[in-house]
Design a protein around this ligand. Structure first.
Ligand SMILES: Nc1nc2c(c(=O)[nH]1)N[C@H]1C(S)=C(S)[C@@H](COP(=O)(O)OP(=O)(O)OC[C@H]3O[C@@H](n4cnc5c(N)ncnc54)[C@H](O)[C@@H]3O)O[C@H]1N2
Ligand code: MOO
Length: 399
């Protein structure tokens, strides 16, 4: 059976490409840049005051106190032309106001006394005080964000300020979700004996939404070969990623791998030395990739976090390694003989600010109760792996 890293590398080698598209920046929240985003103009846009006060020539305010007549007022608003400051005068100016030509310093209001049409400067300030110079943050055409950056509210604001009204982003992946299993009942419908409420549909739908790539469809499929065939064939036609839950083990009703391959899918892997999530099946069919997620809900969680997210990050042009963090292992640690164990845990900082892992009970594949408290999925190497286990790699369940 292959290990976790081999599985990740097989998947990485078979990923469909997502083309770039140009969209309005205001619609880009959560999207991933496909190219560098640049400023359309310098930042700040023009020389301006950083405070409410008086624009002066520094030569006129070297000896204080000094009283200067007010020659003009500059509001922070559109100006017909840029004023010029006459020698020996001051201009009333407000925060963000266009600096008059020949002014080289602003004296903030608190350092002055105003009398009708004149202002007395009470304290000396250095030349250039309280100015924002054109282009001092970024010259026109410079890079605001690199390809692969996810558009956060902060980046959205930076792009707006930079006049970047459009951005190139990766097309959103089209993701089709198939929930299989005759015992699985969607959406709070009444349960018959032997049936269970669907947990995987909500899990996959919500997880993808949290990652900014909500699924285009979630369909329920009966445990019949013809039903699986129809559902898979349709999903392959419309989706970059097909995520199925259930039907990948060795039971008589586990049709996903055999039907996928009858439809022409090429197997990348089936079964990974890990717990939970061992019977993971991944295949490529044309331009789509199928993740056959084993039906136990904790197995779905693990395979989404570890493999599906890795694939999504790569397809969007991001480095999936950036998701992995390190923390100090608990004193007592369960390890499998020959499998990676995916431990649901709490990561928190101790008094010294070091991250420590705390194990939770209820780790079996069918149990989800500890997800009310877990914030981390921890990679615990098997006893057969030559890795150190004093610190462990983990993924945040909140990202
Ligand atoms: N003889 C063997 N049996 C099993 C093996 C094996 O190697 N040999 N592997 C076990 C492991 S490990 C897993 S994981 C499961 C995976 O099996 P399937 O992908 O075929 O999943 P199902 O059998 O359909 O379901 C497993 C389990 O999960 C429940 N389930 C399924 N879907 C949902 C859902 N949407 N919401 C909530 N619960 C769901 C289902 O009722 C089963 O209890 O196979 C083991 N067996
Ligand atoms: O691989 Mo399974 O998820 O352990 O029950």
């Amino acid at each position: 059976m292959i290990g976790v890293d081999e599985a990740l590398s097989r998947i990485a080698g078979a990923l469909p490409e997502l083309p770039a598209e140009t969209i309005a920046t205001r619609d880009a929240l959560g999207r991933v840049l496909a190219a560098k985003a640049r400023t359309a103009h310098p930042l700040p846009l023009f020389d301006q005051s950083a405070v409410d006060g008086y624009a002066v020539r520094h030569a006129d305010v070297q000896r204080v106190p000094v009283t200067l007549p007010l020659s003009t007022t500059v509001a922070a608003s559109a100006q017909a032309a840029r004023a010029r400051l006459a020698p020996g005068t001051a201009a009333r100016i407000f925060t963000g106001g266009l600096l008059p030509l020949d002014a080289d310093t602003v004296v903030r209001q608190e350092l002055t006394r105003r009398k009708a049409d004149a202002v007395t400067i009470l304290k000396a300030v250095a030349p250039g005080t309280d100015l924002r110079r054109q282009g001092e943050e970024l010259a026109k055409g410079s890079v605001v964000a690199a390809a692969g950056a996810r558009v956060t509210p902060g980046l959205l604001a930076a792009l707006a300020l930079a006049g970047a009204h459009q951005v190139q982003v990766r097309r959103q992946p089209r993701i089709a979700v198939l929930i299989s299993g005759d015992e699985v009942v969607p959406h709070g419908a009444p349960l018959k004996l032997g049936q269970v409420p669907d947990a995987n549909g909500p899990l996959i739908g919500a997880q993808l939404a949290q990652w900014g790539v909500p699924p285009s469809s979630i369909d329920y499929v009966a445990d019949r070969e013809d039903a699986v065939r129809t559902a898979l064939a349709s999903a392959f036609e419309r989706a970059d990623l097909v995520l199925s839950s259930g039907g990948v083990s060795v039971g008589d009703f586990d049709f996903i791998p055999s039907v996928a391959e009858k439809l022409g899918a090429e197997r990348l892997l089936w079964k990974v030395a890990q717990k939970p999530g061992m019977p993971l099946y991944v295949a490529r069919r044309g331009a789509s990739l199928l993740f056959g997620l084993p039906g136990n809900p904790a197995s779905v969680l693990v395979n989404l976090q570890v493999y599906v997210r890795d694939a999504l990050e790569r397809m969007l042009g991001r480095d999936p390694r950036a998701r992995w963090r390190h923390a100090i292992a608990p004193a007592r640690l369960h390890r499998e003989q020959e499998k990676t164990f995916w431990l649901r845990a709490i990561v928190s900082a101790d008094a010294q600010g070091q991250l420590r892992l705390e194990t939770l009970s209820g780790q079996a594949s069918h149990m989800l109760g500890n997800l009310a408290r877990a914030n981390a999925l921890v990679r615990v190497p098997g006893m057969n792996e030559a890795e150190r286990v004093d610190t462990l790699r983990w993924l945040s369940l909140y990202d």
